[in-house]
Design a protein around this ligand. Structure first.
Ligand SMILES: [Zn+2]
Length: 352
């Protein structure tokens, strides 16, 4: 199997730079719909919640109905207050570490999809007491400064309570194998899913593929919950971007995953215990091409697979993830090789 490395990198950069906060994912779903036009799916549509769903029919009417899920949203912010001086207060959408905030650049998205950039401000250290400098306030007690001097000026920029934004980070290729950027959770898996469809474009497989680009994962897997109900899969795989903790000071037992060790396979997380038959199918898929993989150490995090697994009468589900350092932060770091090996693993999983 040959995966087009250049295309993987290009798509990763494009997807990373899009804005898709939970509940406001249209920029990403529009991008995906355009890509799907060239990927030989039999049907693609947007459901009432905003998920992109697509079906690629298998050759065997008795084949499996395999659901492949990647989420399109990323962690972000929502404007909760604008004061008379034009300072903006935000709440988080999804889990963000407050230690990352002060001094960070934020980009808000207007209804016309314009980007308005600001900085998370703080009072100057010179006038702050020593003990206060060591404390990090809650995110909703910080403020974002977009350079406006009044409430009205902010409103004239087409921002209001309920407007959303993300960290402002342009995706950068650090070397042949390493990318740095925001929203790798879970645009990486959107990329994987698009490349899997590219690989299977001209191949007939017995099973029907039920593709979900799901919305609102970061606020509780809402998109995948309804998609699982609509599609009625017989088995499911959530494709994710997961925590790599191969950084200084982390003991081996807490090394959730490592960069460069291939796709991370979940045995259990807080939302799901993966059935043996799904794990076995993943292992067989890896053996087909000698794909190196690693376990994601239990039981951190939860994914769409947890929600899908308990739709209707129950769906045996698993999770395959691309490891990434510093997820849910201004900039994550990952390896292109891990993406490519994950693509191969998922293609084989579908073919068996
Ligand atoms: Zn995710």
């Amino acid at each position: 199997m040959t995966v087009d490395r250049k295309k993987v990198i290009e798509t990763q950069i494009e997807l990373s730079n899009l804005i898709g906060c939970p509940g406001h994912e249209v920029e990403v779903t529009d991008y995906i719909l355009v890509k799907l036009e060239k990927l030989a799916v039999d049907k693609a549509w947007i459901d009432p919640l905003g998920n992109v769903l697509a079906i690629k029919e298998g050759s065997d009417p008795n084949g499996l109905r395999i659901m492949l899920d990647a989420h399109v949203d990323e962690v972000g912010f929502m404007i909760s207050h604008i004061d008379d001086q034009g300072y903006i207060t935000i709440e988080t959408l999804g889990g963000i570490d407050k230690r990352l905030m002060l001094g960070s650049l934020i980009q808000f998205h207007t209804t016309e999809r314009k980007r308005i950039i600001g900085v998370v401000g703080t009072s100057p250290p010179h006038i702050t007491r020593q003990e206060d400098r060591e404390k990090i306030p809650p995110i909703n007690e910080m403020f974002v400064d977009i350079g406006c001097k009044s409430y009205q000026e902010v409103r004239d920029m087409d921002l209001d309570i309920g407007s959303v934004g993300t960290f402002y980070t342009e995706c950068i290729q650090l070397n042949n194998n390493v990318l740095l950027g925001k929203a790798f959770d879970d645009r990486t898996a959107c990329n994987v899913l698009l490349q899997v469809l590219e690989q299977l474009k001209d191949i007939e497989i017995p099973h029907t593929l039920m593709i979900t680009f799901a919305v609102q994962e970061e606020v509780g897997g809402r998109g995948a919950t309804v998609a699982g109900f609509t599609l009625e899969p017989s088995i499911a795989l959530a494709l994710e971007n997961t925590i790599a903790s191969d950084v200084p000071g982390v003991p081996p037992a807490k090394m959730i995953t490592k960069l460069g060790s291939g796709p991370a396979v979940t045995a259990a997380d807080r939302s799901l215990i993966v059935p043996k038959k799904i794990l076995d199918r993943i292992k067989t898929a890896a053996d087909m091409d000698g794909i190196a993989w690693q376990y994601k150490k239990p039981v951190y995090g939860g994914t769409d697979a947890g929600n899908i697994s308990i739709t209707r009468s129950g769906v045996p589900s698993g999770v395959i993830s691309v490891p990434c350092r510093y997820i849910h932060a201004n900039a994550g770091l990952l390896q292109v090789d891990d993406i490519i090996e994950t693509i191969k693993l998922v293609v084989n999983f579908c073919k068996i």
